[in-house]
Each structure stands twice: as structure tokens, then as C-alpha cells.
Design a protein around this ligand. Structure first.
Ligand SMILES: O=P(O)(O)OC[C@H]1O[C@](O)(CO)[C@@H](O)[C@@H]1O
Length: 277
């Protein structure tokens, strides 16, 4: 939650003690990444992911930058590998697209055949997103980011991806596992479902020279764009911070913050999965 403190007189001593830490990124090369992106432009390998793992929120936040489509994939719906995802489109080149869910219901045999003959991408809903669009990717949804995108991803701390199709790249596929977990009917696009999402996201857009108080007892915050300060420390674009207390924010540039907080999941994954079969 963001409270405007622009017109509130707060003495130095009346502000809550800031508790915040800047997370250290990990960089991951990916065949679909970019050499000309925002990070490591001289990297020998195309850089796909900048990863921030948070002990505070228990979530993983990433920057993804694409020059080719990712694998057509799903993430498990159940167990420790479960991975719900959420995307914020930070940049989209002309013609950039993503794919999310099936256009029509299919059987596991239809999907297997299409994965083997290469027609699977054509069975998926295709979206040309605009900067600022957001998407919730329910675990089990067949999906793929396309080329030309820069995305902030918030996800559960799982690294399990079952690949159905990878455009002939020499990486492992996991058709059997994927077909166990895949949602085979079209689903409505949902910005953030009630009850099933293990996190809540607030997407704050702040004007220059705005003073506010970010109130989040256990949150990870990605600076999608802009500069300013959290308490006494400066923030810059692409940084990820953990907060464990209310935090005064003072912008010097227009700022977009993605605030991710964990939510106790109220769904029984096994029951949901069985109901879908
Ligand atoms: O297997 P690929 O194609 O490298 O894609 C894996 C990536 O896809 C994502 O799940 C995004 O959909 C990332 O979190 C993950 O690292």
C-alpha cells in the first residue's frame, strides 16, 4: 500500500526506522536471450534472465529479455515445483508477442502430436502486449514469451519448467511430465485471481518529487523504472529491494515500482488438479 506523504510534515524522528536491503542479481544465459540488452552487453552468451531471490518474501523476481521465443512450456500445478507466474511488460518492440493458454480445448494426444510436428505454437492464444500490461500465468497453463520483450516476472521459488516444444533447439523436452500437468481447456485472461495466487502485486506509478510511504511488512520491490530514494538510500532502475517495514519513498524521476507480497495460498492444489482432469 502506498500512502501519499507529500503534504505531511514528518520530523526526522517521527519516521519509522527503515528496514530494507538491496538484493544481489544472478545472471543466466539463455538461447533466447539478448546480447544487446540492458545487462552485460559484452557477454559471450545471450543473456536471458537477471534473477533476484528473496528470503524476505520467499518469492523470485526476474528481468527477462528476449530475442527469440522461449520454449512452449508449462510449470507444475502441484507439489514443491509448483510455479505460478506474473508478468509486467516493461518493453515491447514492434510485433513482439507472447502466448498464453490454448485457443481451443485439446486432448493430450492432440498436444503430443502438435509438439512433435511443430504446430503447437499455432494452437496457443497470441497476444501483442503493450508496455505496462500485466498477466497472471496460472501453473499448468501452456505458455511462451515471444521475441522482442523485456519483462519483470514475479514467480514462486521453483525452477521447474516442463518443455513441450523448443523450436529445434538442442535442449531437453519433457512431454510426458508436461501432459500430466497441462491445462487443456482455454482459460480467461485474469490479471490476478482471488484465492489461487500465492502472491499479491501492487503496481505503483509515482510522479517526480513525490513523497510517499510504502507500507508492506514483508515485500520485494522491483524498480521497473525511475530514480529516487528509499529512506536514505538511492534506488535506480532494475534494482530489486526487500522491505520488512514501512518505507519512505522520495522520487526524483517518474518511477514505476512492482511490489510483490506473499499470500498464504488457500487452494488445495491436488483437488484443483483432479477437477481439471
Ligand atoms: O526453458 P526456457 O525456454 O529457457 O524457459 C524457462 C523460463 O521461462 C519462464 O518460466 C518464463 O515463462 C522463466 O521463469 C524460466 O526461467
Amino acid at each position: 500500500m502506498l500512502i501519499d506523504t507529500q503534504h505531511t510534515k514528518t520530523g526526522q524522528n517521527s519516521q519509522p526506522a527503515p528496514t530494507h536491503v538491496k538484493l544481489t542479481p544472478e545472471y543466466r544465459a539463455k538461447p533466447w536471450g539478448r546480447r544487446d540488452g540492458l545487462w552485460a552487453p559484452d557477454s559471450a552468451q545471450p543473456l536471458g534472465e537477471v534473477i533476484f531471490k528473496s528470503d524476505t518474501s520467499g518469492l523470485v523476481l526476474k528481468w527477462l529479455q528476449t530475442s527469440e521465443p522461449l520454449s512452449v512450456q508449462i510449470h507444475p500445478q502441484r507439489g514443491p515445483g509448483r510455479k505460478h507466474e506474473w508478468w509486467y511488460i516493461a518493453d515491447a518492440k514492434p510485433g513482439a508477442y507472447l502466448q498464453l493458454g490454448l485457443k481451443e480445448s485439446a486432448t493430450p494426444e492432440d498436444i503430443r502430436r502438435a509438439a512433435q510436428d511443430g504446430s503447437l505454437p499455432g494452437m496457443l492464444r497470441r497476444i501483442e502486449p503493450a508496455v505496462g500490461d500485466t498477466f497472471f500465468i496460472e501453473a499448468g497453463t501452456i505458455h511462451a514469451l515471444g521475441p522482442g520483450l523485456t519483462v519483470v516476472e514475479v514467480q514462486e521459488p521453483s525452477d521447474v519448467t516442463w518443455r513441450l516444444f523448443d523450436y529445434g533447439r538442442p535442449r531437453e523436452l519433457h512431454l510426458d511430465q508436461a501432459l500430466q500437468e497441462a491445462i487443456l481447456d482455454p482459460q480467461p485472461l485474469t490479471p490476478m485471481p482471488n484465492g489461487t495466487a500465492p502472491f499479491q502485486i501492487t503496481h505503483e506509478m509515482l510522479a517526480p518529487d513525490q513523497r510517499s510511504m510504502l507500507v508492506a511488512p514483508r515485500a520485494s520491490v522491483m524498480v521497473a523504472e525511475g530514480r529516487g530514494s528509499f529512506g536514505t538510500e538511492s534506488y535506480a532502475p532494475h534494482q530489486c529491494w526487500d522491505f520488512t517495514d514501512a518505507m519512505p519513498v522520495h522520487t526524483t524521476e517518474p518511477t514505476v515500482l512492482i511490489l510483490a507480497e506473499p499470500v498464504e495460498s488457500t487452494t488445495d492444489d491436488e483437488t484443483l488438479w483432479r477437477a481439471r482432469k
